[in-house]
Every structure is written in structure tokens, then in C-alpha cells.
Design a protein around this ligand. Structure first.
Ligand code: CP
Length: 302
């Protein structure tokens, strides 16, 4: 593993190795040392969890970070190309962790620089480090990744976390129930991928049905992302389409966990937070262990 750009680049064995390393790091059995190592955090879209958890991950391993939040105050404003910016930053640092609104930006960066690149989200395409921490959370709460029933609700069309998670869980025989307004349904290329892998899925375009919720092991709720819509009118048509409430969890399996990549807006009621099913803040915490593991593998820290 030289870069981490897409879940489709990872084998099941590589994923299982990352999960094991994250667990060893969490338990203190492995303590990677990143002293004198520097990570560049290049975030051209806003972030709370991904940026701060990568920053935390690096610093917990005695490493350090430099941060570029957008292009303001950089020479990109003077017309410097993206390729020149990347090549310059690669002279100072050991790894580039990058978020961009442009699909394929991280792949492009990995072709331009000679140091590892991590995709921290590229447009509506992929968010592989989120998928890996999601898998870590699923394994921790369910004791297995194999043959689980997973409901995914929300913006399945533009949701990069969804695309990466579906591809990853397909390696473990998951069965999917997709809930979304028709406009935001799962993209054709992901459906083709699922057909190719013979993974079963059903799509529902109305609110989450309590009977279907009662079959699930994991319910992954996502935000309808206003920033991905080309027209405000299209967003207005689907905003507030659904909301998971505590009441809707009255007949779920005892092992069900509700995950959410966060941030949330109005799709996940705060009355779910106090139930035993809520796991989204622990999920965010798991992101630090998984991102420590990712940096460690890419920089050869164990
Ligand atoms: N889950 C996630 O990517 O959150 P941020 O946008 O806050 O990084």
C-alpha cells in the first residue's frame, strides 16, 4: 500500500490488517513512533472530524503536521498550479492527506508527488479513511464483519462515505437496504458493482419502515449534503425527507448500532443519542485509531 485513494484499491486482507493494527494501537499493544515525521493536511473543503482526527493521530505518535485550509494566503492565489503546489509541499513533508471538492483530485496528487497520498474525501466520489473507521466500528460492535444486514439512509447519490462503505462491506457478504429519495438513490456504477459481486440489496424511496429497521444489524444514517446540489431548487425538493427518531427504534434488534459519519443536520434526532443504539460519537473516536494505523502502514512505522 503506497497511497490510500479508493476502497476499491484495497484487498480484504489489507483491510483486515488495518483493522487489526488499529485495534492493537487502541489497546496500546503497538505504539508507532512518528518522531521527525511531518504530515501535510491539505483541506480544500471544510472538515471537523477528518482533519482533527488525522492531526490528533499524527501528534499521538509524536509526529507533527502542517495545515493548509483552502488556498487563501497561499501562492495559489498568485496563479501557482495545483501540481506545483503539491510538488513543493512534498519537499517539506512525508505524507499528504488531502480533501478536495474535485473527484479524482487525490488520485491526481498521488501521480504528481513521490510521497504517500491519502484521500480524505474527493467530491462525491470516495472517503476511504471514513469507510475504514466505519468497518472498525462495525467490527467492534458486532464482533464480526461477515454477513451483516446494513441499512443506509440519506444521500446515497453524492455520499462519498456511502460509496466507500458499500464497496468495503461487499467484501464481507453484507446485505444492504437503501433508503433515499429517488433523486438521491445509489449511483448506477455502485449498483453494477453490487450486481457483479452478487451482493443483495433493496431500495426504498419512502421513509424508513419500522419492519425493515427491525431486521438490521447496522443503520448508517447520512446527511443530505446541500453543498453537492447544482440547483437550490433540487435541494429544497428533498431536504428534510427523513429523520430517524428514538420512537422508530422501538422494535430493532438488541445488537443494532446507529452509525453516522457526521456532521448531522436534521436526519438524526438528538433523542437517539441517549439510546444504547447510538454509536456515532464513539465512531468518530475510532477514527483516530484507524488513522494512526493508516499513517503507520504508509510511513512504515511498525
Ligand atoms: N465524517 C467526516 O468526513 O466529517 P468531517 O467532514 O467533519 O471531516
Amino acid at each position: 500500500m503506497k497511497n490510500l485513494i479508493s476502497m476499491r484499491d484495497l484487498s480484504k486482507e489489507e483491510i483486515l490488517y488495518l483493522l487489526k493494527l488499529a485495534s492493537q494501537i487502541e489497546k496500546g499493544e503497538v505504539n508507532p513512533d512518528m518522531q521527525r515525521r511531518l504530515a501535510a493536511l491539505l483541506f480544500f473543503e471544510p472538515s471537523t472530524r477528518t482533519m482533527f482526527s488525522f492531526d490528533t493521530a499524527m501528534k499521538r505518535m509524536n509526529g507533527n503536521t502542517i495545515v493548509m485550509s483552502g488556498t487563501k494566503d497561499t501562492s495559489a492565489k498568485k496563479g501557482e498550479s495545483f501540481a506545483d503546489t503539491l510538488q513543493t509541499i512534498a519537499q517539506y513533508t512525508d505524507i499528504i492527506i488531502m480533501r478536495s471538492p474535485i473527484e479524482g483530485a487525490a488520485r491526481y496528487a498521488s501521480e504528481v508527488v513521490g510521497i504517500p497520498v491519502v484521500n480524505a474525501g474527493d467530491g462525491a466520489n470516495q472517503h476511504p479513511t471514513q469507510a475504514l473507521l466505519d468497518l472498525y466500528s462495525i467490527q467492534k460492535t458486532q464482533g464480526t464483519l461477515e454477513n451483516l444486514k446494513i441499512g443506509i439512509a440519506g444521500d446515497l447519490r453524492f455520499g462519498r462515505t456511502v460509496h466507500s462503505l458499500v464497496q468495503a462491506m461487499s467484501l464481507f457478504g453484507a446485505k444492504f437496504k437503501f433508503f433515499s429519495p429517488t433523486f438521491l438513490s445509489i449511483p448506477k456504477n455502485i449498483k453494477e458493482f453490487l450486481h457483479e459481486k452478487k451482493i443483495r440489496f433493496n431500495e426504498f424511496d419512502e421513509d424508513m419502515d419500522i419492519k425493515i429497521l427491525s431486521e438490521l444489524d447496522i443503520l448508517y444514517v447520512t446527511r443530505i449534503q446541500k453543498e453537492r446540489f447544482a440547483s437550490p431548487e433540487d435541494y429544497e425538493k428533498v431536504k428534510g425527507s427523513y429523520c430517524l427518531t428514538k420512537e422508530m427504534l422501538s422494535h430493532v434488534k438488541p445488537n443494532l448500532k446507529v452509525l453516522h459519519p457526521l456532521p448531522r443536520v436534521d436526519e438524526l434526532s438528538s433523542d437517539v443519542d441517549d439510546t444504547k443504539y447510538a454509536y456515532y460519537f464513539q465512531q468518530a473516536q475510532n477514527g483516530v485509531y484507524m488513522r494512526q494505523a493508516i499513517i503507520t502502514i504508509l510511513l512504515g512505522g511498525v
